[in-house]
Design a protein around this ligand. Structure first.
Ligand code: 13P
Ligand code: SF4
Length: 377
């Protein structure tokens, strides 16, 4: 995918150059106006288009077709006092149209815990909504797309962790947040892409088990070499596994031949070869902030090695000119949620859309999340 240089699309609003992004999602069926006037819909469409700042992909016609839904979702949120959280990988009509907070998995789990509202709607994949329920069990947590999984989270079961513990008694088990509540319940501490290194460094002893991401695990093995043995599970993120060091090297060479000094920013779910080729490694939020910081300093030729939502966020949150080189990869699980699902879950959630976890699982899983908050703060 990264091998093909695609045509450059200049944006009318910002002057950004963006390569190869997926098309904006259209409503699944006829939406109707929900009683909003033409004037209200036009104003909302302009608000959306201005916030998203990609007027080619998110044309005024597309924004107009989505505007009645964002208006209605925002009205229902106020009426029902719902806090709507969206992960960075959700589409911009969600992140900039209806979300009260958008960030990476660490920040969002804290926001879910601390929000005063008693109902949280988590627009994202299942494990993130489950995490919100674990950290705030007394709240109602709505998850609009119950089938939205994650290759990391779905690739490991609680029994896998129990077997690892049996084979390695006494060795602390660290789980990436991309795991089910049942897996978290079997682990000693949870980590995210923004704190896995610092937390693992702080753990006592000279061995640890890391589940389920083999790429993040091998990054840990390298960083902790000589200090700790890291036993790694064999899972991977199907999105970040798409990127290879070879492809990035080729891009850097091509760009350099054209006098372009490419800065590569990667997510730690990528493999070691990719991270070796990268100038900066961080969580979705940290990558977004770094790209914006670089653009402000005039470093405009950037390559974001991660899911497409991060590029959407960078484009929306800077007015500085930048060229995003290469192509992102879309997470089919993250993109499962559309405005229609959010609207439906707000109006009349089905049983599957209300996160319901066993009390004992919540109690045990919350220990690994509490330990993360303690060690990260
Ligand atoms: P972040 O915590 O960096 O947002 O990562 C979550 C995730 O699923 C990345 O693929
Ligand atoms: Fe899971 Fe990868 Fe999608 Fe993140 S991007 S939700 S890790 S499959």
């Amino acid at each position: 995918m990264l091998d093909d240089l695609k045509a450059v699309a200049p944006s009318r609003l910002t002057g950004h150059m963006v390569l190869d992004m997926p098309a904006a999602p259209l409503p699944r069926g006829l939406v109707g106006t929900f009683g909003y006037s033409e004037q209200e819909i036009e104003k909302e469409a302009l608000r959306l288009q201005y916030a998203i700042k990609q007027p080619m992909r998110w044309s005024i016609e597309v924004c107009r077709s989505l505007a009645p839904m964002t208006l209605e979702i925002n009205r229902l949120k106020r009426e029902k006092d719902v806090f709507l959280i969206a992960h960075s990988y959700q589409t911009p009509d969600i992140t900039y149209g209806v979300a009260d907070s958008v960030a990476d998995s660490y920040a969002l789990s804290k926001e879910a815990r601390d929000a005063p509202q008693q109902t949280i709607l988590f627009s994202s994949v299942r494990f993130m909504a489950e995490t919100a329920k674990i950290v705030s069990p007394h709240k109602t947590v709505l998850h609009p797309s119950p089938d939205a999984g994650c290759s990391l989270s779905d690739g490991i079961s609680a029994n896998d962790v129990i077997s690892l513990k049996k084979a390695n008694p006494g060795v602390p088990v660290v789980c990436y947040i991309n795991t089910s509540a049942a897996v978290k319940a079997e682990c000693d501490v949870c980590v995210t892409s923004s704190n896995y290194l610092s937390i693992c460094e702080k753990l006592e002893g000279d061995r640890l088990i890391f589940v389920p991401d083999r790429f993040m695990g091998s990054h840990l093995q390298k960083e902790l070499s000589g200090k700790k043995d890291v036993l790694v599970f064999d899972g991977e993120c199907e999105v970040h596994a798409e990127f290879t060091g070879k492809k990035i090297r080729k891009w850097k060479e091509n760009m350099s031949e054209n006098g372009i000094d490419l800065v590569v920013l990667s997510h730690p779910e990528c493999d070691a070869e990719v991270l070796k080729e990268s100038d900066f490694v961080g969580s979705s939020e940290v990558l977004k902030n770094e790209a914006i910081r670089l653009a402000a300093k005039g470093k405009k030729d950037l390559m974001l090695i991660t899911e497409c939502g991060t590029a959407d966020r960078v484009l929306a949150e800077t007015n500085d000119h930048l060229n995003l080189i290469g192509s992102c990869v879309m997470c089919r699980h993250m993109k499962r949620t559309q405005l229609e699902d959010i609207l439906q879950a707000l109006r009349d959630p089905t049983q599957e859309q209300i996160i319901d976890l066993d009390e004992d699982i919540i109690r045990r899983a919350s220990k690994s999340l509490d330990e993360m908050f303690r060690l990260a703060e």
